[in-house]
Structures are given as C-alpha cells and as structure tokens.
Design a protein around this ligand. Structure first.
Ligand code: SF4
Ligand code: SF4
Length: 187
C-alpha cells in the first residue's frame, strides 16, 4: 500500500509525527500503481531506463479483477494480463524518495496515483480517502499505514485544504488516471 506526493506542509511533518511517509514501505508492501504513461514521463524527465525504477507485481486473474472492481479509476488496466507495475524500492522506500525531503521528482512528473493519494473514487462514484483514520496519533504511529492529513482532518474538505487542492483538481487527476489506465490496458 502507500504512496505519496509531499504536496504540502503536512507531508513534511508526516514522517516526524507518524514515523514514516507513504513513500516508505515495510517488507511485502508495494507502492503506487504505474501506468505506461507514468513510466514514459519519468523516463523522459530522469533519463533513466524503466528497469531502474519500475517493479512488477504478478497477481492472479482473480486478484486483478478484484483490484479493478474496487478501484474504478483502474478499469481496463489489466486487460493484457494480471501484472501491476509499481515503483521499485531501495532501503525501504521508493527509489525516488529522498529522506527528509520527500519525493525527488517534480510534481508534474510524479505518477498520477502518487499525486492523487490519499483521495480515491469508489465503485459507487463517490470520492473520499483510501486510508482509515485512527483518531489517535500514537495508535496511528504504532500500527503504520496512516496519513497525517487524514488523522488531522475532520472532513474531506479539511483533507483537501491540507494539500492545498480542490475537489475539481482531484477529480481532474482522477479522469487523467482513468484514461491512462485504459490506455495502459490497450497496450
Ligand atoms: S514517486 Fe515520489 S511520491 Fe511516488 S512513491 Fe516515489 S517518492 Fe513517493
Ligand atoms: S500526510 Fe499523507 S500524503 Fe502526506 S506523506 Fe503523510 S501519508 Fe503521505
């Protein structure tokens, strides 16, 4: 799970308060899902070959179908096979993560899924956040996988404000992700 785009001051405080940001992973966890469009943007910006920053996660057909069913923005992603592209890791974090500084990629080069996190569109078409809220920072820190913006918010509007974004911007990113996921599946 996890990912993130240090988009605002809350992301700078997150690793201090919660012990890790969403760009870091524990053993067995995976980062954001990449589309081919993400890979092309990152390769063009960094000059890196995709094998330097892309990892593959092999799912069963059932797992891939379940992934698309739970996350409508990814409908069509697995059309050519149940392989999820994600970010490679190094020392427990995304290869682009710079400790204490966040993501080393410019905001418009980051994977769309990273720019969208923690916002999620659900199968019923509604938007909310994809991570649960502990309501207790000590518990959130002990369990891991929490998002400080979500912990500190009382409403979805508060989470949007924490990232300095709006529903319109989030929905626009969602539309971009849906289109790029469909194109990914078309091959
Ligand atoms: S690409 Fe950037 S925002 Fe996405 S997981 Fe890696 S470091 Fe975090
Ligand atoms: S506040 Fe949320 S989005 Fe920001 S680094 Fe922490 S977990 Fe990621």
């Amino acid at each position: 799970m996890s990912v993130k785009p240090p988009m605002g001051p809350v992301c700078a405080r997150c690793p201090v308060v919660l012990g890790a940001s969403c760009c870091e992973v524990k053993e067995g966890e995976h980062l954001a899902t990449l589309t081919r469009a993400d890979v092309e943007r990152i390769a063009a910006h960094t000059g890196l070959a995709p094998r330097r920053f892309v990892a593959e996660e092999y799912l069963t057909d059932e797992e891939a179908a379940g992934y698309e069913a739970r996350r409508p923005l990814y409908r069509g992603y697995f059309r050519r096979g149940p392989v999820r592209l994600t970010l490679a890791t190094r020392a427990g974090a995304c290869v682009f993560h710079e400790r204490g500084r966040g993501c080393g990629l410019p905001a418009d080069v980051r994977p769309v899924a990273c720019r969208l996190y923690p916002f999620e569109r659900w199968p019923d078409g509604s938007w909310s956040v994809q991570v649960g809220r502990y309501g207790n920072l000590a518990e959130a820190r002990a369990d891991g996988g929490a998002c400080l913006a979500v912990e500190e918010a009382e409403s979805l509007e508060d989470v949007l404000a924490a990232f300095g974004t709006s529903r319109e911007s989030v929905e626009g990113l969602g539309a971009q992700l849906a289109e790029e996921a469909r194109a990914h599946g078309r091959g």
